[in-house]
Design a protein around this ligand. Sequence first.
Ligand code: TXA
Ligand code: MG
Length: 306
Amino acid sequence: MGDAAGELLTGGLVAFPTETVYGLGADACNAASVARIYSVKGRPADHPLIVHVASMDGLGDWARDVPAYAIALARAHWPGPMTLVVHRSDLAGDFVTGGQDTVGVRVPNHPVALGLLEAFVRAGGKGVAAPSANRFGNVSPTTAQAVSDELSDYLGMSDVILDGGACAVGVESTIIDCTGDVPKILRPGAITEEMIEHSTGLDVLDSDGVSIRVSGSLESHYSPMAKVVLDQPPVAGQGFIALADLATGEGVVRLAAPKTNEEFARVLYSALRAADEQGLDTVVVAQPAGNGIAIAIRDRLARAAR
Ligand code: TXA
Ligand code: MG
């Protein structure tokens, strides 16, 4: 892991696994490296990046005026699939925050990510800015192969892709705005409204399961090349993603049949990628009902279908 940490410190990019999706990392203090993330992704420069840190101590480096409920969230759910948006410290440059006064911070829960971040901190680093390791608007990668398929044409010779297997959660972290009196969910994920209320004792704002707009999330996003259609009966030649208890009709290409909502989240992005690999025009998804991670799945599918 020392090599990859050294690569970051000398200005290179390192794609690394997390429990949610793979990230494309750069030294969050190095404006030139962070600029390369935007060009490799083809992402507009006003979209803020999440700073990944090795432990809760990192929050103190990057944030100021952190409310008590945010500390409670960090204690309860880090390392884990949760990003806290907090007022930024002077360390967080405009090139990371997209010029906003806030910064997103997360401690990921994956041995390879934590090993990388710990080695980076030991070598003098402060944090690793990392968006999902896909081209802008595309489906996030949940395997090292998917990262390579997305980005190998754009990465340089010395950039690194670390392989940590398939991501266990499969959808991006819950993003929680911690700049107000109470937490507000900006992007649903595996850390649910119930969990946030339980660990803070506060009512969460605006998290009625309707997709909430994070800056830059208005366009279609998380989209494969295939057209994504929701909750319609699939016909022959179309791809189909649904819970296992829904049968596959004659000639329909079944891309995934997860048994639980957690498994649905885990396999969703690789199933959407498989639709493109098989050259399908349309993929029909029967959305899972209910709360918990199903809210995050429906949020991503609504954007993929836009
Ligand atoms: O699970 C994840 O969060 C993954 C892994 C790699 O950690 N990362 C990820 O990053 O999904 P990205 O850049 O693809 O999505 C981050 C989202 C963007 O929609 C961005 O606008 C939002 O987080 N964001 C970041 N900083 C923010 C801030 N200060 N205020 C509001 N939104 C912010
Ligand atoms: Mg992304």
